[in-house]
Design a protein around this ligand. Structure first.
Ligand code: PMP
Length: 304
């Protein structure tokens, strides 16, 4: 049971009133794409801001285009619908927002070339995604799907089976999270987050060509490191053993925010303490997202 309102095919309705067919292609074949967005509650100002709303919807429409899921909204309309939905829910907390565009067609075939699509947005309060200050992780035995299998630049619902398998394996083996390698053995990303290493005063993160999702948090972390902390950033392929030899390692993502990794495959990373660079970047990022930093205010959409 949900007490919240959702946006469903053009209207704001009680989430509980939405019915989706058991025959829909989205349910049967995982034909959909989605976004994960956050709105941050600023307690001091009594204001709610959505962080980088436009960029999330630009990425969603790019996913829709690649996957042939046509939804009748522009980026502006999607931003407006989100703000209206948050107002209707009257949240006074940090919120996670989940737009989903999907094939609602009931035909018995996984074809994407089909005209029945649906779009919805649901949301819920979410302060911390995982209550952990230090992650102990493993390299997954599952390889990351490559761009020619399931497009890496989209956020396809079906592609998250790959993420789920890696996360489950990590959990069953006693780790907090997994790291994917690409098919040719390069470090790729986590099941729902990008990865950075810090070595000799420099940040390094895998490039888009290594089948990562080009994270919006990743982009922000690069901006903060270069512009605010004067830390050089290199986007290049990373080998597995570079992870073990790194001074610091951390994950980045909308849900996870910035999460220090202290152990990989039972090897202590650096001093074993949570990455100082990650904590400094996280602090800056949270302030920017909450509308406390003037120069980044254009990345914040005010709800109220
Ligand atoms: N990689 C994957 C596979 C993800 O699901 C996510 C979460 N969207 C990310 C990276 C991080 O992207 P973002 O910072 O835009 O949330």
């Amino acid at each position: 049971m949900s007490e919240y309102f959702a946006f469903y095919n053009g209207e704001i309705v009680k989430e509980d009133s939405i019915k989706i067919s058991i025959r829909s292609k989205a349910f049967n074949y995982g034909l959909g794409c989605f976004e994960g967005i956050r709105a941050y509650w600023n307690e001091e100002k009594n204001q709610l801001y959505v962080f980088r709303l436009r960029e999330h919807y630009e990425r969603l429409l790019q996913s829709c285009k690649t996957l042939y899921i046509n939804i009748p909204y522009s980026v502006e309309q999607l931003c407006d619908a989100t703000v209206e939905l948050l107002r209707k829910n009257n949240f006074k907390t940090t919120v996670y927002i989940r737009p989903v565009a999907y094939k609602s067609s009931e035909k018995l075939s996984p074809s994407l070339y089909d005209d029945e699509n649906s779009f919805l947005i649901y949301c819920q309060p979410l302060e911390r995604f995982i209550e952990k200050e230090a992650f102990r992780v493993c390299i997954s035995s599952w390889r990351r799907i490559s761009d020619n299998m399931i497009p890496a630049r989209t956020k396809p619902t079906g592609g998250y089976l790959n993420s789920a398998l890696a996360s489950m394996e990590a959990t069953l083996n006693g780790y907090d999270e997994a790291i994917f390698l690409t098919d040719d053995g390069k470090v790729c990303e986590g099941p729902g987050e990008n990865i950075f290493i810090y070595k000799n005063g420099k940040l390094i993160t895998p490039p888009a060509s290594d089948n990562i999702l080009e994270g919006i948090t990743r982009d922000m972390v690069i901006k903060i490191a270069k512009n605010e902390l004067n830390i050089p950033v290199e986007e290049r392929s990373i080998s597995r053993t570079e992870l073990y030899a790194a001074d610091e390692v951390f994950f980045t993502g909308t849900a996870m925010e910035v999460a220090p990794v202290v152990e990989i495959d039972r090897r202590i990373i650096g001093s074993g303490e949570p990455s100082k660079v990650a904590l400094e970047i996280r602090n800056y990022l949270m302030n920017a997202a909450m509308g406390n930093i003037e120069k980044y205010m254009d990345m914040c959409t005010r709800v109220y």
